[in-house]
Design a protein around this ligand. Structure first.
Ligand code: F6P
Length: 319
């Protein structure tokens, strides 16, 4: 490879900038040129190319979001769009591509790879739902954002002796809910991977109140149920006041944690190494603390399973 293209796609994730920095610096270190493609696959179709220099990525390692911007492209899902993408890369002299994003983005990456473009994926999504890696960039920061919110809500929950329901992101996965719920000491954690048992939730709430608990916190993953519905149900059944907080996009912003910056730096650099080795259709992953290269198709076919043991532990510790 001589000129690497890079784009961020799908929902942004804290740490994407650190990954962009790593790709740029590692490429230049090896004498390669780097072209940033703005606004994901949409920008690829519009040839929104910018040359990235060492200085282009200065002062971004600590910033959330992505300096390349991101988008979810409908046109790129079509075969015609994908062919146009390949032609645009060729016109730009780009002979290797790094795609930073989640599984939606990797479907696009795979399509390009099948059309002959060397492509390497770097997993970045707060949802941590990508197969083939224990962690995605942005998950740790999002979990810390949620834990921070739980800490604050606890103060007011205790003062008013209230039941709080906190709805968190994660799309169809419950990883954010599980990690934040366990770290934040939630009474119940509702996730899409395990059927919601409202009787159990109420039993636990009642048990807590009976032993003198001043407040209760229930974490609901958006993919499991609506926080508002759960709040209404508890109010109806227990005759107790509830308050619902939907954390929304607060979870996706802010300075990335050291862990996310580490992951992003290592994964971004590894993506460049893989392109230099002539690899394609691979995604960088971290498995048992080791950087690995996994087949993108493989990663796409395996959703990360929820850690049930952790979920059971959270239930035990909330007794
Ligand atoms: O995939 C990341 C994510 O934040 C999900 O957790 C959430 O369901 C979705 O993106 C929200 O998407 P948008 O920012 O387009 O509303």
């Amino acid at each position: 490879v001589n000129r690497i293209g890079m784009l961020t796609s799908g929902g942004d994730a804290p740490g994407m900038n650190a990954a962009i920095r790593a790709v740029v610096r590692k490429s230049i270190y090896h004498g390669l040129e780097v072209v940033g493609i703005k606004r994901g696959f949409d920008g690829l179709l519009k040839k929104e190319f910018v040359k990235l220099q060492l200085g282009s990525v200065a002062d971004i390692i600590h910033r959330g979001g992505t300096i390349l911007h991101t988008a979810r492209s409908e046109e790129f899902k079509t075969e015609e769009g994908q062919r146009k993408g390949v032609n645009n890369l060729r016109d730009g002299g780009i002979d290797g591509l790094v795609v930073i994003g989640g599984d939606g983005s990797f479907k696009g990456a795979l399509a390009l790879a099948k059309l002959g473009v060397p492509v390497i994926g770097v997993p970045a999504t707060i949802d941590n739902d990508v197969g083939g890696t224990d962690l995605t960039i942005g998950f740790d920061t999002a979990v810390n954002n949620v834990v921070d919110a739980i800490n604050k809500i606890r103060d007011t929950a205790t003062s008013h002796e209230r039941i709080f329901i906190i709805e968190v992101m994660g799309r169809h996965a419950g990883h954010i809910a599980l990690y934040a719920g366990l770290s934040g000491g939630a009474e119940s954690i509702l996730v899409p991977e395990i059927p919601v048992d409202i009787d159990e939730v109420i039993f636990k709430l009642q048990r807590g109140i009976n032993r003198g608990k001043l407040h209760s916190i229930i974490i609901v993953a958006e993919g499991a149920a609506s926080g508002l519905t759960i709040g209404e149900e508890i109010k109806k059944r227990m005759g107790q006041e509830t308050r619902v907080t939907i954390l929304g996009h607060l979870q996706r912003g802010g300075t990335p944690t050291a862990l996310d910056r580490m992951l992003a730096s290592c994964m971004g650099a590894k993506a460049v190494d893989l392109l230099l080795e002539g690899e394609s259709r691979k995604m960088v992953g971290i498995v048992n603390g080791q950087l690995v290269a996994v087949d993108i198709e493989d990663a796409l076919s395996r959703k990360r399973a929820l850690n049930r043991e952790l979920w059971e532990l959270a239930a035990i510790l909330a007794i």
